[in-house]
Design a protein around this ligand. Structure first.
Ligand SMILES: [Ca+2]
Ligand SMILES: [Ca+2]
Ligand SMILES: [Ca+2]
Length: 310
């Protein structure tokens, strides 16, 4: 976008823009797009009430998924952030039905305000990790066990980007001091390269380190990462990528999250995919140890029998 650009948003509840377009051909107009603008003329302004500013910070918003005229005013439908633009919307406090205020539910308000606080500003310190030209999986864990990878993101403000060319990258905001671990899950026997960068804001690169790594199919490698910054520069030390080991030095081939123990959370990663076949959403070739296109007992047993924690 260029400075001065104006934009509006559309939400198509429970459907896609494509399906809305396809319905034009069939004459079925069941789906209702919800616009942030009251009409195609931007001077007519917002649909007051379709969107709300969650806390007045001007970067986190909520879409009511029913047309404002007959909405249930619960505003629990779709939350999103916009950074780098000026947005003027009424406050959620002024719109929500107090009897339906989900912010009273334990922990929800805190979780959301932690995410809102992660909007990237020009001086925000960030770290990125990227894998090039490989089908291996990439997951990053922080010292509290929160994670960022293709199966989900629980670190506030972190984001994971896979692309069709087999590149994967992730971004997260980092404090001045922090410890992380990168876990790679091998898709095949190959040499891949992993680049860890320190950033300030969206564009500036403060540090960069690339490692060339030999990985094998179905094998886990982990590396410790420590971040330190004096506010100006940023140092990121990336350790060697190695097979996870227990405290007493035993190699842990089934420690899928690389935390130094093989326990129920590791076994759960494969057992939760029990009966998945190639093509299913929960089929993951990494966990199909015998590569027969099916995740069954033969794939689960090795992990179960290597449990290092009773
Ligand atoms: Ca609603
Ligand atoms: Ca583990
Ligand atoms: Ca199998």
């Amino acid at each position: 976008m260029k400075p001065g650009d104006k934009f509006a948003t559309i939400l198509v509840p429970n459907a896609t823009l494509q399906s809305l377009y396809d319905d034009l051909d069939t004459g079925e107009a069941q789906k209702m797009p919800l616009f942030s603008l009251a009409s195609v003329n931007p001077d007519h302004g917002m649909y007051i009430g379709q969107l709300a500013d969650i806390d007045g910070s001007g970067n986190a918003f909520i879409y009511e998924d029913m047309n404002f005229m007959n909405s249930d005013r619960d505003y629990n439908d779709f939350i999103f952030q916009i950074a780098g633009a000026e947005v003027c919307l009424p406050l959620l406090d002024d719109l929500i039905d107090p009897a339906k205020d989900w912010r009273n539910i334990g922990g929800v308000a805190e979780d959301i305000s932690e995410h809102i606080g992660t909007a990237v500003k020009p001086d925000t310190l960030r770290m990125s990790v990227s894998l090039e030209g490989s089908r291996a999986d990439l997951v990053l864990y922080d010292s509290q066990g929160r994670f960022c990878g293709k199966d989900g993101v629980s670190i506030p403000g972190a984001a994971f980007y896979p692309d069709e060319n087999g590149h994967r990258s992730l971004f997260l905001n980092v404090p001045d001091q922090g410890k992380y671990r990168i876990v790679l899950l091998g898709a095949k026997d190959e040499t891949l390269s992993c680049t860890v960068r320190g950033h300030r804001g969206e564009t500036e690169i403060l540090s960069e380190e690339t490692k060339s790594i030999r990985i094998n199919a179905h094998r886990v490698l982990r590396a410790e990462v420590s971040v330190s910054s004096d506010g100006k520069g940023m140092e990121i030390a990336v350790g060697e990528f190695e097979t996870p080991v227990s405290e007493d030095g035993k190699l842990l081939y089934y420690d899928f999250d690389g935390d130094g123990k093989t326990d129920d959370s590791d076994i759960g990663k494969v057992s939760s995919r029990w009966n998945a076949v190639e093509g299913d959403e929960d089929y993951d070739p990494f966990y199909d140890l015998d590569e027969d296109g099916y995740i069954g007992i033969l794939d689960i047993m090795p992990a179960v029998s290597s449990k290092s924690v009773p």
